[in-house]
Design a protein. Structure first.
Length: 172
C-alpha cells in the first residue's frame, strides 16, 4: 500500500500548449492546474496515472498534463559570465583533470593571445592545472578539455532535453 507522503511526493510533467515539456510539478499543483482549467490531462501511457484518495473521492492524476492557458513567456537571458554561474555550468569540476579542489577560472585561449571573457572561452580549472597550462592553449599544453565550454541554455530547453533523454532510456 502506498502512503500519502509517497503519493504527494510524486511529480507530474507539465507540457506547454505546443506540447513541449517545460517542467515538473508536485501532485497538489497538478490537481490545482487541472481543476481550475489551466491544464488538461495527457494520456501518453494509456490510462496510467497516480491515484490520490480523499475520504469521499479517488482522483486519478495523470503523469503528464498540458497547459491550456496562454501565459506570457518569461524572458530569459543568458547570464553574464561569472564565477558562480561558471562553477554551476561545469558542475564544480576542473575541466582538465576532474578535480573538485581549489577551483579557479581559466581562459581556454588566453586573453594575451586574443581570447575573450565569454562562455565559450572560460572553464573551471583547479589551481594546479591552471598553473600547468599557463599562457598556452590546451592543445599546445597537451591538456584536453573534459567538455567543450558553451553558454548555459534556457531552463525549459534543458528540461526538455533531459525529459526526452529519459524517455528514450525507458524505451530501450
Amino acid at each position: 500500500m502506498t502512503s500519502a507522503t509517497q503519493v504527494l511526493g510524486r511529480s507530474v510533467v507539465v507540457f506547454s500548449r505546443n506540447y513541449l515539456p517545460v517542467s515538473r510539478v508536485n501532485i497538489k499543483r497538478a490537481i490545482i492546474l487541472i481543476v481550475t482549467g489551466k491544464a488538461e490531462p495527457l494520456d501518453f501511457a494509456g490510462g496510467s496515472g497516480i491515484a490520490v484518495r480523499s475520504p469521499s473521492v479517488v482522483y486519478q492524476v495523470p503523469e503528464h498534463i498540458r497547459l491550456t492557458i496562454a501565459g506570457a513567456e518569461r524572458v530569459w537571458k543568458v547570464p553574464p559570465v561569472n564565477r558562480r554561474e561558471l562553477l554551476k555550468r561545469d558542475h564544480h569540476t576542473c575541466q582538465y583533470c576532474g578535480s573538485t579542489k581549489q577551483l579557479t577560472i581559466d581562459h581556454v585561449i588566453p586573453v594575451s593571445k586574443g581570447g575573450k571573457h565569454k562562455w565559450d572561452n572560460v572553464v573551471t580549472a583547479c589551481e594546479r592545472c591552471n598553473q600547468r597550462k599557463g599562457d598556452r592553449t590546451p592543445l599546445i599544453a597537451g591538456m584536453p578539455l573534459l567538455s567543450q565550454p558553451k553558454a548555459p541554455m534556457h531552463p525549459a530547453v534543458a528540461f526538455a532535453e533531459q525529459f526526452w533523454k529519459e524517455q528514450q532510456e525507458h524505451l530501450e
